[in-house]
Design a protein around this ligand. Structure first.
Ligand code: NAD
Length: 310
């Protein structure tokens, strides 16, 4: 019997966006039968075409599946999809919600409490690794829930990535994710400034990235976002600026609630806010490079982008 058929029942998935779509597709590929819901029917169409069942609400998904995964954009939406009138908590079959979004530890605690009252366990499981990681099934999955639940879910979680058990208390997965994204957001911000400086001074952007990646300045932006998205001026990493700004806001709220002052994180957030306002909330987060270039007249353009400006 395959791991998928051992489940013997459909798995639910709510929120078929940039991340949800490839994760849900991998579950189908692994042989799971899926029941899906998204407020956009355009989002679910490719999965329906592959045999997934369309539900009319999150509650309906949770009336058809014991295990439901969610990948949703904002903390408010996570809370309403979990606990709202037509949310998964209103489903008749659900036993566990695997919550993959980044929504912060406080929402996780509230959702866990609200669901526990209905006999449903929250598996707090934010992910990192971007759309490419979601497609390849190589996401870091940061899981907080009862240990036995984590052990039981291993085969399912391994379809989307590498599961790490970070503790029992709901919200610890979220805190782990905020720590990670603080580093990722800071790396992209500071690497954009460094690249502007070098380019304006006359260095070649492709050469700079090669040198940085062979030296001590290398980071996730220099190794991944610059070569794939920024130097070719494609700006297509698959993560919206509004989501990066949300993560930094959640991170600083968490720091404040712990009585900590994070000086560099505050400055990093300002640059993301500027990118949100000047370039646009729905633009890919790699457009922070355009924001940093601003009116300097400098463009950090690699050979892969060709010679024309734009
Ligand atoms: P997205 O905006 O592309 O997708 C969100 C999806 O949720 C959309 O399809 C939207 O229609 C749907 N949705 C919104 N409200 C809904 C509702 N009430 N009911 C059902 N569906 C609803 O976002 P994304 O990039 O896929 O990110 C999802 C989550 O994963 C976010 O919390 C994000 O911070 C996190 N995340 C994203 C990335 C990334 O690289 N994109 C990486 C790691 C974590």
């Amino acid at each position: 019997m395959s791991e998928a058929s051992a489940w013997g029942e459909p798995v639910g998935f709510v929120g078929i966006g940039n991340m949800g779509a490839p994760m849900a597709a991998r579950l189908l590929d692994a042989g799971h039968s899926l029941v899906v819901f998204d407020v956009s029917s355009k989002a679910t169409a490719p999965l329906i075409a592959r045999g997934a069942r369309q539900a009319g609400s999150a509650a309906e998904v949770a009336s058809l599946a014991e295990t439901v995964l969610t990948s949703l954009p904002t903390p408010d939406i996570v809370e309403s999809v979990a606990l709202g009138e037509r949310g998964v908590g209103a489903g008749s079959r659900i036993k566990r919600l695997i919550e993959l979004s980044t929504s912060g530890p406080r929402i996780a605690a509230r959702v866990a409490q609200g669901l526990a009252a209905k006999g449903v366990t929250l598996v707090d499981s934010p992910v990192s690794g971007g759309v490419a990681g979601a497609r390849a099934g190589t996401l870091a999955v940061m899981v907080a829930c009862p240990r036995a639940e984590f052990d039981r879910l291993q085969p399912l979680l391994k379809v989307i990535g590498k599961p790490f058990y970070v503790g029992e208390r709901p919200g610890l997965g979220q805190t782990m994710k905020l720590v990670n994204n603080l580093l990722s957001g800071a790396a992209l911000a500071i690497t954009s400034e460094a690249m502007l400086l070098g380019t304006k001074a006359g260095l070649d952007p492709d050469t700079m990235i090669e040198v940085i990646n062979a030296g001590s300045g290398r980071n996730s932006a220099s190794q991944d976002k610059f070569p794939k998205s920024i130097l070719p001026r494609r700006f297509d990493a698959g993560f919206a600026t509004r989501l990066m700004l949300k993560d930094l806001k959640l991170c600083l709220e968490e720091a404040e609630s712990l009585g900590l002052t994070l000086w560099v994180a505050s400055a990093v957030r300002q640059l993301w806010l500027k990118t949100f306002n000047e370039i646009g909330p729905n633009e890919d987060f790699t457009t922070i490079m355009r924001c940093v270039e601003g009116s300097t007249g400098v463009e950090v353009r690699g050979r892969a982008a060709g010679s024309s400006r734009g």
